[in-house]
Design a binder for this molecule. Structure first.
Ligand SMILES: Nc1ncnc2c1ncn2[C@@H]1O[C@H](COP(=O)(O)OP(=O)(O)OP(=O)(O)O)[C@@H](O)[C@H]1O
Ligand SMILES: O=c1ccn([C@@H]2O[C@H](COP(=O)(O)O)[C@@H](O)[C@H]2O)c(=O)[nH]1
Length: 247
């Protein structure tokens, strides 16, 4: 599907394997007001609780992707007793962004250790530095960015009802995350929007309806992969036939 970057061709610091991967970033935070055009159009209604994780589960089941939640990887790192655990835990409690090298190392390891070649990276990149460092280190550019759009009141209701024991599912941290989003995450969305890579989804609807919209984004891309595969097979068959004739 789409952009498949051979990370082995990306020079120093790239993934130390020849693995070719397709990556889709799944992003969304929330805001209330801003002077940014893009934010007025999109971000006032997109954020934590917009259902990114829920829809990623559906995409995994239907389109064969592997879901990598940057937040989940960081939370697992805390639980593992890593030397970075306390620092990560404090950052999450404050809604702050963990240093790029820590998150990228976790994502890189998860990609390398997984047999799949198609990944949904959920909740990353969170700022321009995350984005630039990820591209530099891994040589991977996303195929597109899936962006979930949901009214703030609904997101707040969902988050406060999520009840998964997350320390940041409280109104105080949610507001801090909002501030961080406005200052840091928005430029990432703008960057990808300027490249025509943002696919906006209305996430305020029930889960099933949201997934119908998600499918509309993924199905054509899936068709493209199948079509490319069929063309390759036909070309190969024609080449083999020509070889037979010349023999
Ligand atoms: N379309 C929906 N309608 C109603 N509730 C939903 C919908 N999608 C998700 N939820 C519920 O809202 C809560 C948050 O969803 P989810 O964890 O998928 O959001 P998220 O965007 O991944 O959040 P975060 O970025 O904070 O991890 C969950 O309890 C989930 O069951
Ligand atoms: O790339 C990332 C992703 C997450 N964080 C920190 O984790 C929390 C929770 O993130 P979720 O995506 O909602 O699971 C986030 O507020 C950040 O503090 C991060 O630093 N970098």
């Amino acid at each position: 599907m789409g952009t498949v970057v051979d990370s082995a061709n990306q020079g120093a610091g790239s993934m130390p394997t020849n693995k070719k991967v397709t990556v889709i970033f799944v992003l969304g935070e929330f805001s209330t007001s801003t002077s940014h055009d893009l934010v007025l159009e999109m971000a006032p209604h997109s954020g934590p609780g917009s259902g990114k994780g829920t829809q990623c589960t559906n995409i995994v089941e239907n389109f064969g992707y592997t879901h990598l939640s940057a937040g989940d990887l960081l939370r697992a790192e805390i639980k593992s007793g890593s030397e970075n655990g306390t620092m990560i835990s404090n950052m999450i409690k404050e809604g702050k962004i963990v240093p790029s090298e820590v998150t990228i190392k976790l994502l890189q390891r998860a990609i390398q250790e997984n047999g799949n070649d198609k990944f949904l990276i959920d909740g990353f990149p969170r700022n321009e530095e995350n984005r630039a460092a990820f591209e530099l280190v891994t040589g991977i550019e996303p195929e597109f960015v899936l962006f979930f759009d949901c009214p703030e009141e609904e997101m707040e209701r969902r988050l406060l009802g999520r009840n998964q024991g997350r320390e940041d599912d409280n109104i105080e941290t949610i507001r801090k995350r909002f501030k961080v989003y406005m200052e840091s995450s928005l430029p990432v969305i703008e960057y990808y929007n300027s490249k025509g890579k943002v696919r906006k989804i209305d996430a305020a609807k029930p889960v099933g309806e949201v997934f119908e919209a998600v499918k509309a984004v993924f199905a054509p891309a899936d068709e493209k992969v199948k079509y490319t595969g069929i063309v390759c097979i036909l070309v190969l068959a024609m080449c083999l036939q020509q070889d037979d004739v010349s023999l």
